[in-house]
Design a protein around this ligand. Sequence first.
Ligand code: NAP
Length: 292
Amino acid sequence: MSTIGFVGLGAMGSRMALNLHQAGHKLCVWNRDRTKLTPLLDKGIAPADSPAAVARDAELVVSMVADDIASREVMLGALGVVGAAAPGAIVIDSSTNSPALAREIAAAAARRGVAYLDAPVLGSIAQAQNRELVFVVGGEQAAFDQAQPVLAAMGRLTRRVGPSGAGATLKLVNNMLTGSVTAALVEAAQVAEAAGLDRAAVSEILGEGAAGSRLVKTKLPKIFQRDFTPQFQLELMEKDLRYFVALAQEVDRAVPLAALVRSQFHAARRAQLGKLDSCALFLQATGEKAPG
Ligand code: NAP
């Protein structure tokens, strides 16, 4: 058992923190919106007043916040984790951030003798709940090895894929694919419906086909049922595609497909669909009103 600090109790973080608690780790948690602390405090988990307070007594800190802006604040801000963590501590950042920010935080942490791992996850709410996340990690091998038991309490597979920023990079490549497949599903669903196909048959058969994937199996039925309750918010997908396109520019590669898909998600976000599930891109494409 080790003392673990946890920052960010959103849809993903709250479930990951509970799994650490259930695995017997002693936890101390912080979230910007303090109302989200309640379910964890009810289980006897200790609250903290700031990310710095979370980090002060922790051997290891996990963070799961929205984006670069949030991570910069909770890691490098005046009351951030990096400035407060003790030398020798390990920070596991599972937020989906840009590789550039991951490297910047890792460098700031290293100056204080703190190891920072960019460790974004594949999987959504169900996988977070069921300890089935896949951690894609960038950073020092020794810190990665030390973090193994903690990662194992939240996921089913953990891979170190390179130095700082490598985990963030591979995660963006993954989400370029998931964003593009989601956009393709939106078009497929529209044509299948307009052509009068039976929706259940479409979901079943496409799930069996060569393109069949977890996305096909989960998002297509959601689109057909007009169920846009968020698993993965559209605005987070738009953010990931934005970071991917910026990364492509950094490495001097043309990504016309990703740029197009990003512009579609961008328009949907600007149309106030950002808090719905990523498959609410369907509403933007069809002009249908959001249900409810
Ligand atoms: P979420 O439910 O919206 O949670 C976002 C968290 O970030 C909340 O704790 C929020 O605090 C915090 N936050 C946002 N801005 C902040 C700021 N400026 N300062 C401090 N905290 C801030 O999102 P989520 O679905 O859990 O996603 C979290 C991360 O995981 C994102 O990077 C996302 O891309 C990634 N991810 C999500 C999924 C998924 O399926 N949902 C899958 C893989 C990866 P408040 O509660 O105060 O707003």
